[in-house]
Design a binder for this molecule. Structure first.
Ligand SMILES: C[S@@+](CC[C@H](N)C(=O)[O-])C[C@H]1O[C@@H](n2cnc3c(N)ncnc32)[C@H](O)[C@@H]1O
Length: 416
């Protein structure tokens, strides 16, 4: 029935699992009162120069952690305590500190990131593709040190710090635990952390301040954690970014790929918030989350951007309409694809590629359907990793046998 088909129908992802967020938001007012802090400058060490760190002792009572965990009291909101777990030799002596529950610390320790000795063989290596530069009006940013092309892997790093997302601890209490977590890391990494951008620049809450300006999110065992990747933190935002990031929650890696050609010297940007939202929404998230006003091309031409966005929404609704009066067609899907490219949304092509695969399959064109399904799958993997809720399955199913897929020949009469 139509209802069953609609339920099966593919939906756009929300970008919640990959958006920057901050647990300090609730305490922003308090934090504002605390004074001013100007961060010291220090040079960034290459992880390969890190000194050898103490290895976790297999027979220690807190293995695989190198330091005894220190814990909060039981927090009512989670009916558990949170503790600082550090492994200072994690990922070739880079180190990692995790502020989480005892149960989740075991989940972390069981991940391939900790279990597989080869997990990070080609991770945490500074590539020859980028250098940081001071950019007018936007602090430090990443620029291409040579021409880059689609899918070039620009960065790939493990996090220094992960923190369970809670809002029960007081700001000062949280600061105490987070500062311990960072101080237990190799000194070079501690310095690198403190050198990152801050929002409030307040000495007494500087560890949270860094997270406020730089955190990504990683979900482990269903629990969201803020995650701090210091090198990656230097990417500035653009609503039509030239690169896309993907977080692998099993290997605990954050990888950034180019999504279009980037010239030598050009800034490399990512999106901190979904670019597939109206301009006022993006602007307000960037303002409240990161305290800056976005002046990218899509924001400065807001009326054109939002008119285009509204058209894209209308086209997507038509393509997602499987009733007998639907205006969805391969031609409309191809038009949508071009609009995404014209908007500079090459890092978000899973949506239009997906619609194109379905629209071509619906008119019985297996060749086109398979081509676009493969592109949709690739685009999902470039941004949502394999954990993206269902969005990978649908393309894998279609690729396996498009003729038994629910969309096969669903609109043939009108569009062939
Ligand atoms: C994750 S950091 C990016 C690196 C940062 N520019 C630095 O100096 O380390 C986020 C901060 O960079 C600045 N930023 C990022 N994108 C920006 C943009 N498009 N325009 C202005 N400032 C931006 C904001 O201050 C934001 O809070």
């Amino acid at each position: 029935s139509q209802l069953a088909l609609r339920q099966q129908c593919w939906h756009e992802n929300t970008f919640l699992s990959v958006n920057f967020l901050s647990s300090a938001d609730k305490n922003a007012q308090l934090v504002e009162y605390l004074g001013t802090y100007i961060s010291p400058s220090s040079s960034l060490p290459s992880p390969s120069l890190l000194r050898v760190q103490p290895q976790p002792e297999a027979d220690s009572e807190y293995f695989p952690w190198t330091h005894p965990p220190i814990c909060t009291d039981i927090l009512q909101s989670i009916n558990d305590k949170l503790c600082v777990y550090t492994n200072s030799s994690f990922a070739n002596n880079r180190g990692i500190s995790i502020f989480t529950t005892p149960k989740l610390s075991t989940s972390f320790a069981n991940l391939p990131a900790f279990q597989d000795p080869t997990a990070h063989a080609d991770i945490n290596i500074n590539s020859d593709m980028w250098i940081t530069a001071e950019l007018p009006g936007r602090g430090i940013g990443m620029t291409a040190s040579r021409p880059l092309t689609f899918k070039d892997r620009i960065t790939a790093y493990t996090p220094l710090f992960l923190a369970f997302m809670e809002s029960e601890l007081s700001t000062m209490e949280r600061e105490k635990f987070w500062s311990t977590a960072i101080q237990r890391l190799p000194m070079e990494m501690h310095n690198m952390y403190l050198n990152l951008a801050k929002v409030y620049r307040i000495e007494s809450v500087k560890y949270q301040d860094v997270v406020k300006a730089n955190a990504f999110q990683v979900e482990v065992d269903g629990a969201n954690h803020l995650a701090l990747f210091p090198e990656t933190s230097r990417f500035n935002h653009d609503c039509a970014p030239s690169a896309q990031y993907v977080i692998d929650p099993e290997f605990l890696t954050h990888t950034v790929h180019a999504t279009r050609p980037i010239e030598k010297g050009e800034e490399i940007t990512i999106a901190y918030t979904s670019p597939l939202t109206p301009t006022p929404e993006r602007q307000s998230l960037l303002k409240s989350g990161f305290h800056f006003t976005c002046t990218c091309a899509r924001c400065t031409n807001a009326s054109k951007t939002d008119a285009t966005f509204a058209s894209m929404q209308t086209m997507q609704a038509a393509l997602n309409d499987w009733s007998s009066t639907s205006k969805g067609s391969p031609q409309l899907a191809e038009q949508l694809l071009q609009m995404y490219r014209d908007e500079g949304l090459e890092g978000f092509m899973d949506v239009p590629y997906g619609f194109a695969a379905l629209a071509w399959n619906a008119v019985g064109r297996a060749d086109k359907a398979l081509e676009y399904a493969a592109l949709a799958k690739e685009a999902v993997l470039l941004k949502d990793w394999k954990g993206a809720s269902g969005s990978l399955n649908i393309w894998e199913e279609l690729l396996e046998d498009c003729r038994t897929h629910w969309s096969w020949n669903l609109r043939p009469a009108r569009w062939v």
